[in-house]
Design a binder for this molecule. Structure first.
Ligand SMILES: Cc1cc2nc3c(=O)[nH]c(=O)nc-3n(C[C@H](O)[C@H](O)[C@H](O)COP(=O)(O)OP(=O)(O)OC[C@H]3O[C@@H](n4cnc5c(N)ncnc54)[C@H](O)[C@@H]3O)c2cc1C
Length: 400
């Protein structure tokens, strides 16, 4: 049998894409191939669980547009399918006068991106968040929280209930594109499809190369390490608390987040990873490291962001140093409050010239579409990203 569509990757982007295609073409035959034994085992299942509003992103970028649309779409989806979410709002806290300029720039950016934002002074900050300290803050009321594993699982259920197939434990090791179809294989089995969409997150560059694409980037893994606060700290914050981020880096800084299951987590940092899918602290996979050290773009990133990299490494190795980041806005936190938490690993695309790719990145051939970079907030944005991919492949499919 030749499927109409095959999708590699049952993270939130792959599953949302399968759903969008089936919503638009309910009779299409579709198979989702995932190497793990369950959906959402990588980035989708290891993130902060924030429904971002879209403050940070360059106006006019796909990231800005998809985030704004995605936040609304995610909340509407959760409301329709009974998935618990909360619109708790977020505060971006300036901890000293030096950070005010960054705060003002974000205020302007939020307005340009059409997001509701309010400046608040130190007194109002103290009233809203008695345990936080700062010279001022931005309040973003529409930011929310959810468990993206539940969203992904709901997408998977919809896909299979609409006749789509989900094949777990299927690690794709070969892709061959022919003039009339694409052949996709594990070591034991092959499938044919008229069109292939690859949403492989941390493995996206390897699958692109496997499919014969000439790519100009590599995925560099950046670990995001979290701590959990003890139950006794459950009332510490009312909103999500974020620092003013460094604008040149694609990461938003260590924040305090309430989770939908009632915990408070601290993190994530952004430290160079030595394994793409190794979540334990000192995970090391030689091939994963070789892949980036052999890539010139990696060394250019190191050259540009050396100081920030050393700082992140120090924060990762010394809890005291990690704590110091949080104490800038939450002075009351102590070492004992930082209980071991999980880690997530970001798939960060880096170009040969050393550019950290901030926006989404796609690569296409006649019968394939590869999602090469789907950075945060791709969980928030999954529905509009999927809609765009579905429109693209369906328009193409009509001509095939
Ligand atoms: C620490 C951290 C915090 C984050 N916080 C947020 C947040 O608060 N809000 C937000 O919106 N976003 C957040 N993000 C970003 C968000 O989680 C990701 O952008 C999003 O989950 C990407 O989804 P994906 O489907 O592209 O990738 P993934 O979820 O990684 O899925 C890719 C899938 O492809 C599969 N795969 C790979 N290779 C193969 C193969 N050869 N054969 C078969 N299957 C394969 C993998 O097993 C995996 O299941 C965060 C990310 C991290 C790491």
């Amino acid at each position: 049998m030749t499927y109409d569509f095959a999708i590699i990757g049952a993270g939130i982007v792959g599953l949302a894409t399968a759903r969008e295609i089936l919503l638009a073409r309910p009779h299409a035959s579709i198979i989702v191939l995932e190497k793990e034994i369950d959906v959402a085992r990588h980035q989708t299942g290891h993130n902060s669980g924030v429904i971002h509003a879209g403050v940070y992103y360059a106006p006019g970028s796909l990231k800005a547009r998809f985030c704004r649309e995605g936040a609304q779409a995610t909340k509407a989806f959760c409301a329709d399918y009974g998935i618990k979410f909360e619109t708790c709002g977020k505060l971006l806290v300036a901890t000293n006068e030096g950070e005010r300029a960054g705060m003002e720039a974000l205020f302007e950016r939020a307005k340009q991106n059409g997001i509701e934002v309010k400046r608040i002074d130190a007194d109002e900050l103290a009233r809203l968040e008695p345990n936080m300290t700062g010279v001022g803050a931005l309040l973003i009321p529409s930011t929310g929280i959810v468990d993206y594993k539940m969203v992904a699982a709901a997408f998977a259920e919809i896909v299979t209930s609409m006749g789509g197939e989900l094949h777990l434990g299927a690690e794709i090791v070969a892709i061959h594109e022919y003039s009339d179809m694409v052949e996709i294989s594990t070591t034991r089995q092959s499938w044919n499809a008229k069109a292939l969409i690859v949403c492989a997150g941390l493995q996206s560059d390897r699958l692109a190369k496997l499919a014969g694409l000439r790519i100009n980037h590599r995925i560099v893994p950046f670990r995001g390490e979290f701590y959990t606060l003890p139950k006794s700290r459950a009332g510490l914050i009312n909103h999500l608390i974020y620092p003013i981020p460094e604008p040149k880096l694609p990461f938003v800084g260590i924040h305090l987040t309430r989770t939908i299951d009632g915990r408070i987590i601290v993190g994530p940092n952004a430290v160079l990873g030595f394994a793409r899918e190794g979540y334990e602290k000192f995970s090391f996979r030689p091939q994963d490291v070789l892949d980036y050290v052999a890539f010139p773009g990696f060394w250019r990133v190191i050259g540009t962001h050396f100081a920030a990299g050393v700082e992140e490494m120090r924060n990762s190795l010394w809890k005291q140093s990690y704590l110091a980041q949080c104490r800038k806005y939450c002075p009351d936190l102590s070492l004992a409050d930082l209980e071991p938490g999980v880690a997530g690993i970001r798939a960060q695309a880096v170009l040969r010239d050393g550019t950290l790719v901030h926006d989404f990145l796609f690569a296409e051939t006649a019968r394939m579409l590869h999602v090469c970079n789907a950075p945060s907030p791709a969980a928030t944005s999954a529905i509009p990203i999927a809609r765009m991919i579905a429109e693209k492949v369906l328009a193409r499919f009509e001509q095939l």
